[in-house]
Write a protein that binds this ligand. Sequence first.
Ligand code: SOE
Length: 390
Amino acid sequence: MRKIKTAVFGTGFVGRVHVEGIRRLGNVELAAIAEQGDERAKKFAAEVGVERSAGDYRTLLDDKEIQAVHICTPNFLHFPMAKAALEAGKHVVCEKPLATSVAEAEEMVKLARAKNLANCTNHNLRYYPMVQHLRRIREAGELGDILCVQGTYSQDWLLYDTDWNWRIDSKDGGKLRVFGDLGTHWCDMIQHVTGLQITALCADLQTFHKTRKRPKGAIETFAGKTLKPEDYEVVPVDTEDFAAIMIRLGDRARGAFTVSQVSAGRKNGLSIEVYGTKGSAAWAQERPDELWLGQRNSPNQVMIKDPSLMAEKARSYADLPGGHSEGYDDTFKQIFRRFYRTVEDRSAPAEYPQFSDGLHEMRICEKVLESSTKHAWVDVPSTKTESAAS
Ligand code: SOE
């Protein structure tokens, strides 16, 4: 069997997760790694056992054998890298948020369409098996009409002013930090499971640390807990630590959620609650194999992931039997599997979030900023997304 050759651009926290996810697929070969600077690229490639590395990603784009690339760099590089990759005829998986502006995201959508190349915005969190089960029971009408949604995406790794990461600087991460990083995941998930787009919002942002102590050396995501006072310099902060958002979905449903990187004890606390006219469901990322099902007139249930008990259309998202947990890493395998199916066969349905989904998230980001600046509700323009329904 001839494998599809792919390359990973960026070797931080999520680049490593992509490397592992790609290797679990079977039909894809990880052919090269790109990272700024030859030495860094070579070191990472050697560590993960990839022969080829490049200090400049563009050298890999000239290689006709490489059919696809994964962009896992800081956000400001997503647009130039994706544009260059698409122009070179490569299929692209791009980390979220897709870009740093609506204009960039629009151009990426247009270019991918014009070139007929597979394009994925990596909203991997949709692919937890119990999130897919929730989506399918909602589609089957088991929750009735959706009335309201609630939730949060909260972490604690930027709680102290000595915590630092590239995302804090808007030049690298974009104008929104927590919302771009976590809010886009939450919105993608809630829209995916309810089948409703966010149509209006009202956002309140807060930057608790107006200055932070930036380490003098480079620092990896989630990895700043061991530095000493002399290792830092004080810099102003221009991105938010926390946001509270009220939303409207479709023309009837309502909701509210928060996003935070300063909530002590919350490590990767994404939760969604969906309340319908017949029943409700709630799911939390830190207990991914459980789905809470709420009833008005009978006892509530906690369903444990078990493919044999899951909605039929959700079963292909669980590879292991009941009691064998599937987590964060597995969501990457699931999304990549579906992406590469469309690389192999361009007529196969795209069962994953595409650049158009990432564009919708960028529109939401733009409106979050506008709303918080104006202290007002704002409408969110609708986006025609192209992901296949199943
Ligand atoms: C850091 O906040 C981060 O790694 C995000 O970038 C991911 O998208 C999220 O899934 C976990 O947290």
